[in-house]
Write a protein that binds this ligand. Structure first.
Ligand code: ADP
Length: 786
């Protein structure tokens, strides 16, 4: 029982326990449920609210009013949330502010970016411009400059090709990447192509066209070519040039157009510079041309002695190197040049220094100095100071070739001494002997001797005067030459014939090394050449000896050397031998008479025959004068015809009537004497009118006419009258005059021309010849002057 009791007890206890446990459990469940309801859920809500808040939602916070911990917690959370929200708003505001600031910064940055872009662009433009300016050839040569402009513009503008054409008269142009034919085409169409628009608007424009096949190259697609026409204006807004740039398939942007307009200004400046240079250059050339055409040498020297400019004649006269002169030179250089090149340089240097540097007395007037060199030259120099604003800034030195004047001066004094010696001496004899003959009773032999001397001296005088007049005539170009084929060997033989008799001491030899000796020339003048040379050879070999004339041929020239073994000529005299009146003046030849005209005449005649004369000589050994004359073209087929004397008709011809018209009674008498003794009947008149009347009546066989008649009447009138009359026209007229006017006389119809003084028998021969020819052929004859 106990057990049972115990069991009961135990069972009861267990039941109680179970009830207890159950109760505990129920309480626990109730407590748990209560706890879950009162704590868990609000906590979950709280956490949900917190999470919602964290996710940006709005928390509900239902337990704010609870007084327990949950309420506290909720309130705290609520407070926190409010705090956070407040803070967030502040932050949001700040953020917005920051955002605004950031936006502003961004804007500023963009602006800066833009400004930077512009600066970069500007920089690029400046760089392009700079590159362009630098690359423009720094040249003042137009072609080079234009080429450089177009090449660089095309490059800077990234164009495919380009052309620049100047709108000047020459349409100067240059191109880059354009064919010559394209360029020609453009230049041709300048007056009606797109350039007309440019000329009118003076504004650039772009022309768009289909690319040509050539432009497209191998690309098959169609493409367009953009052609930019750009005017280049000068400072006065006048178009000076036009640039055309082409781009294939690439437009010209506005920016690029701005760039090119800017470059056009640079181009205009370069062209302006070129135009200015060309103008200056033109002016400079004009001045230089003017200076160069001035006969005088001109030298402009500044105050420091630097030569600024010279002309061509300066270099020519002073034999100053052209190259050196063009580089400019200083005074010391110039003076040392003068020192070495002039005779008596000190005087000249002093003059130049005084004129240029105002050192010493300032010279007035000119100075004449002698330039040494192969050919001595005399130069007259005068100085002119130049002033600017009343202040001297330079000196102009003017050089004039004074050689001719100097030589004329020399000649004058030589002439005076020649005249005084050569004229006075024979005149003194003529006068002296004539006086003796007039005043004294002399034996006939003496009379004869004196008359012979007078005749000789008068001949000498005549020769001198003839020489002088001949030379004058030749030099002035008034000498007429009657040309024919002349065999020089015959002429030489002829002259030898004269001298063989006169000079027994000499041996005359002709060495003919060629058969061709015929030259085309004036026989009388050529004879004079050899008379002068051979007579000199004779005269200047007073001891006698051989006089050799050697004829040889050199190509188509005949060389005739006249050699003697006489006194010879000092070498210093050789350059002057052919100068008028020049005579070698030394003791061994003082006795030998002469005028110094012979060789000058020889030279003139030889030159007129297109020949040359040269001399070689050794003092004391002899001289050789060589004359070179062009041979006549068919010399052998024109043999020598014989002298005039031989051509004169033999005696036995019937003599005729001759009218002499002459105002000098003595000469009339002399001619009458001569013609009468030759068998003519002579009628003489001193005036034209008397003579013409008589001729009409007498119908003479010949007329001898002086050109200057009584009372200043002219002989030309007589010729005209006679030639006008058909019945008198054929009468031969022989002019007898002191003047050489052959051409005019023959043009008017004269038959012969004799220059006074002539030997009277020349007149007879000429008249005889004229009559004979007239009768034989009825033709006009031109006789040789004797
Ligand atoms: P001229 O004989 O009348 O003096 P020229 O003109 O003929 O004049 O000659 C000029 C000078 O040349 C002469 O004075 C003489 O001294 C020199 N001369 C010319 N020919 C010879 C010669 N064959 N031999 C030497 N001297 C000569």
């Amino acid at each position: 029982m106990k057990n049972q009791f115990l069991f009961q007890e135990l069972s009861q206890q267990s039941t109680w326990f179970i009830v207890y446990v159950l109760m505990v459990l129920v309480i626990m469940v109730v407590v748990t449920i209560q706890t879950t309801r009162d704590i868990g859920r609000p906590l979950v809500r709280l956490s949900e609210d917190a999470e919602r808040f964290a996710n940006g939602g709005t928390p509900l916070l239902q337990d704010l009013n609870r007084v327990d911990e949950i309420g506290k917690l909720s309130r705290s959370l609520d407070y926190l949330i409010r705090q956070i929200q407040a803070k967030e708003e502040v932050l949001m505001a700040q953020n917005e502010e920051l955002q605004a600031q950031q936006d502003e910064l961004m804007m500023q940055q963009e602006e800066l970016q833009e400004a930077l872009g512009k600066t970069e662009e500007n920089e690029r433009y400046l760089e392009k411009k700079n590159r362009f300016i630098l690359s423009l050839a720094n040249t003042l040569d137009k072609t080079e400059l234009l080429s450089s402009i177009i090449r660089n513009t095309t490059e800077v503008m990234d164009a495919d090709k380009g052309v620049i054409v100047m709108l000047n008269a020459d349409r100067d142009s240059a191109s880059f990447g354009v064919s010559q034919s394209g360029l020609d085409q453009l230049r041709k169409g300048m007056d009606d192509g797109p350039l007309v628009r440019i000329k009118e608007t003076r504004l650039p424009f772009v022309l768009i066209r289909e690319s040509t096949d050539a432009e497209r190259g191998y690309t098959e697609e169609l493409s367009r070519t953009y052609e930019l026409y750009l005017p280049v204006l000068d400072a006065h807004q006048t178009i000076v040039a036009c640039i055309i740039l082409s781009r294939i398939d690439r437009k010209f942007t506005d920016q690029e157009l701005q760039v090119i307009i800017g470059l056009a200004k640079q181009i205009s400046l370069a062209l302006d510079k070129l135009a200015m240079f060309e103008e200056t250059e033109r002016q400079r050339k004009m001045t230089q041309d003017m200076l160069d055409s001035v006969q005088e040498g001109i030298q402009l020297i500044d105050l420091s002695g630097e030569t600024l400019q010279v002309n061509l004649n300066f270099c020519e006269l002073l034999r100053y190197d052209n190259q050196l002169a063009s580089q400019g030179f200083d005074l010391e250089q110039f003076l040392s040049y003068l020192q070495s090149r002039t005779a008596e340089p000190d005087r000249l240097i002093q003059y130049v220094r005084a004129a240029v540097l105002d050192e010493g007395a300032i010279p007035s007037g000119s100075i004449v100095f002698q330039m040494s060199g192969p050919q001595v030259r005399y130069i007259q120099l005068y100085a002119e100071p130049l002033y600017r604003n009343q202040e001297k800034w330079s000196t102009l030195l003017v050089y004039r070739d004074f050689t001719k004047e100097y030589e004329i001066d020399q000649m004058k004094s030589e002439f005076v001494s020649t005249v005084s010696h050569e004229l006075r001496t024979p005149l003194a004899s003529v006068l002296g002997f004539a006086e003796l003959l007039l005043t004294k009773e002399l034996k006939p032999e003496r009379q004869q001797r004196y008359i012979a001397t007078i005749y000789q001296e008068a001949t000498r005088l005549t020769a001198l005067i003839n020489d002088f007049l001949d030379l004058q005539r030749m030099e002035s170009g008034r000498q007429t030459y009657e040309v024919e084929n002349v065999a020089i060997d015959q002429v030489v033989q002829d002259v030898f014939g004269l001298y063989r008799v006169q000079s027994p001491l000499h041996r005359f030899e002709l060495d003919l090394q060629t058969e061709q000796t015929v030259v085309y020339g004036d026989r009388a003048k050529l004879r004079q050449v050899f008379v002068n040379l051979i007579s000199n050879a004779v005269k200047y070999s007073p001891q006698g000896g051989p006089i050799r004339v050697i004829c040889r041929q050199e190509e188509n020239r005949l060389l005739v050397a006249v050699q003697d073994e006489g006194l010879g000529i000092p070498s210093e005299a050789l350059p002057y031998l052919f100068t008028k009146f020049y005579r070698v003046d030394n003791s061994d030849r003082r006795e030998i008479g002469g005028t110094g005209l012979g060789l000058a005449i020889v030279r003139e005649i030889v030159h007129m025959h297109h020949g040359e004369i040269a001399v070689t000589s050794e003092s004391g050994k002899g001289s050789t004068f060589t004359v070179a004359l062009p041979l006549a073209e068919h010399s052998l087929s024109h043999p020598y015809q014989g002298s005039t004397e031989e051509a004169i008709a033999p005696a036995g011809l019937s003599k005729g009537n001759v009218v002499i018209i002459e105002d000098d009674l003595n000469l009339t008498e002399l001619l009458r004497e001569e013609l009468t003794s030759s068998g003519f009947r002579v009628y003489s008149f001193s005036t034209a009118s008397e003579a013409v009347a008589a001729i009409e009546e007498l119908r003479p066989d010949a007329v001898v006419l002086d050109l200057i008649l009584k009372d200043g009447e002219s002989g030309w009138k007589v010729i005209e009258e006679i030639r006008k009359n058909p019945e008198l026209r054929t009468i031969p007229i022989v002019i007898s005059s002191a003047f050489e006017e052959k051409k005019k006389a023959f043009d008017l119809g004269a038959t012969g021309y004799l220059i006074k003084p002539y030997h009277p028998d020349t007149l007879s021969k000429t008249i005889l010849l004229a009559i004979t020819n007239h009768e034989a052929t009825g033709q006009i004859l031109i006789p040789d002057e004797l």
